[in-house]
Design a protein around this ligand. Structure first.
Ligand code: UTP
Length: 462
């Protein structure tokens, strides 16, 4: 462990008005004290000072600056050329997959890393298993093996690593999978005092998915990408089992346009759907969070009666590697967003548990769009690309995602002239689960021998 000078660290923290953190320090055992001082030594006091100030300055909603942005719709005449280009890049081994899995998944309330959540309809394949299988399908399809970078955070790194080991790296080869953690930031109360989770333990939380760009650099992943000849990074989130990994059409549109960072969107289900919207902010592509749009903006319609801000961000991006390098070359340039939360901490004087009205700070990956000279937005069909698992029930839950997966498989089968029995509302009456290694698209399914398919009960293809 790195040696840290406790006295020096304490003096600095006290000078920063954080003396309360040391009230219980005499009661700590050696190893807790050691890690406490290491965490304090790692704090960026200048950043914390800025965040404290930001907490008190009223955050500006970006909505008034937002106007609808041009987008390309998947399925258009330029897809063929885009797909050809995307396939070339994939075949040449120039693309890496990058999943961000450092979040806390508190809405789902699953005990463990969210990637270990059983998501597929019949087999209950976990999110990580599904993504691993999708990448394995790409390994089978292209001559060069796509590397998979996995960002975790301190709270789930060990469990995620153990799971990847247990699963034998999903058959991808350990050399093609790399895990690393993002940075953490301390939470504060409304007067800027840092909070404790337990005696000798700062209350820290991951620095948001925007932290993934910095973590790519600090972990050495970017450097490794250079060595492997990677030029494009496919970014996706852990909670969407329908994510089409390194979709050649998306990749091709992005590359042919010379874009630095690109985004996939779906048409919003309705005005109330809780997704950020993509638009132009001060002439540049940007995303405005659902909570930053007013009722009037959420419900605004255009001349055709369609939602004015209809492009829902599904958090699937292509990023040019050199764009991430430039963005992180001199520190880190993404803004911090303030999230007001009731934080379960301890009273620093007594050690008793309590709930404190405080703030957490996060960066958002889509804020990097503001740094792009060139960017494209591809609108895709939600039914084939987006069925997130965010909440424990209702919309965007395991149940809604499972139903969406089954419906997608039903539509793939229909393309192969296989008719799945449905109820009067067109809802499949059987559950269907297709391993991505068996088929990861309707086209891949059509290439399989489906002669003897039995649709009389639940269907598993693997
Ligand atoms: P969410 O915004 O859904 O947050 O993350 P969350 O922490 O997973 O879930 P809640 O809000 O507590 O319920 C979207 C994606 O960004 C990743 C998540 O793992 C998920 O893939 N993420 C989020 C990070 O990797 N790090 C973060 O700090 C935040």
């Amino acid at each position: 462990m790195v040696h840290v000078d406790h006295e020096e660290i304490r003096r600095r923290a006290e000078a920063e008005g954080q003396g309360h953190l040391f009230n219980l320090v005499e009661t700590l055992d050696d190893s807790t004290a050691q890690s406490f001082y290491s965490d304090l030594a790692a704090l960026d006091w200048d950043l914390l000072e800025r965040l404290k100030k930001q907490m008190h300055s009223k955050e500006e909603g970006g909505a008034q600056k937002l106007s609808p942005a041009p987008s390309v719709k998947k399925g258009g005449s330029r897809d063929a050329a885009a797909s050809t280009r995307g396939e070339e890049l994939l075949a040449a081994g120039k693309v890496a997959a990058f999943i961000v899995a450092g979040g806390q998944g508190s809405r789902l309330g699953f005990d463990g890393p969210k990637g270990m959540f059983p998501a597929s309809p019949v087999r209950g394949r976990t999110l990580f298993q599904l993504f691993g299988a999708k990448i394995a399908a790409l390994h089978d399809r292209y001559p060069k093996k796509m590397p998979w970078y996995v960002m975790t955070s301190r709270s789930n790194h060990e469990a995620t690593l153990r799971y990847f080991e247990e699963q034998d790296w999903f058959g991808l080869g350990e050399e093609n999978v790399r895990l690393f953690s993002q940075d953490m930031l301390p939470a504060m109360d409304s007067s800027g005092r840092l909070l404790l989770e337990a005696p000798g333990k700062l209350f820290l939380s991951p620095n948001g998915h925007g932290g993934s760009l910095l973590a790519l650099k600090t972990s050495g992943a970017l450097k490794e990408m250079v060595d492997r000849g990677i030029e494009q990074i496919f970014y996706f989130q852990v909670d969407n089992p329908l994510a089409v990994i390194a979709d050649p059409v998306f990749l091709g549109h992005h590359d042919l346009a010379g874009a630095e960072m690109s985004t996939k969107v779906v048409a919003k289900r309705d005005a109330a759907e809780k997704v950020g919207v993509v638009g132009l902010v001060g002439g540049k592509y940007g995303v405005i969070e659902y909570s930053d749009l007013s009722e009037a903006e959420l419900n605004a319609t255009d001349a055709n009666g369609d939602l004015r801000f209809k492009d829902g961000n599904i958090a699937v991006h292509m990023l040019r590697r050199d764009f991430v390098e430039n963005l992180t070359a001199k520190g880190f340039d993404l803004p911090y967003h303030v999230a007001k939360k009731n934080i379960p901490d301890i009273d620093p004087a007594t050690g008793e548990s309590r709930l404190t009205a405080g703030v957490k700070f996060e960066t958002f990956v889509f804020d990097a769009l503001a740094h792009c000279q060139k960017s494209i937005v591809l609108e895709v069909d939600r039914a084939f690309e987006f069925a997130p698992i965010k909440n424990s029930e209702g919309e965007d839950s395991p149940q809604s995602s499972r139903a969406a997966q089954i419906t997608m498989f039903q539509r793939w089968l229909a393309d192969c002239d296989k008719v799945v029995p449905c109820d009067g509302c067109g809802k499949p009456e059987i559950a269907i689960d297709i391993d991505p290694r068996f088929a990861d698209s309707a086209a891949a399914l059509a290439a399989r021998d489906l002669e003897t398919l039995d649709l009389g009960g639940d269907l598993v293809l693997e």
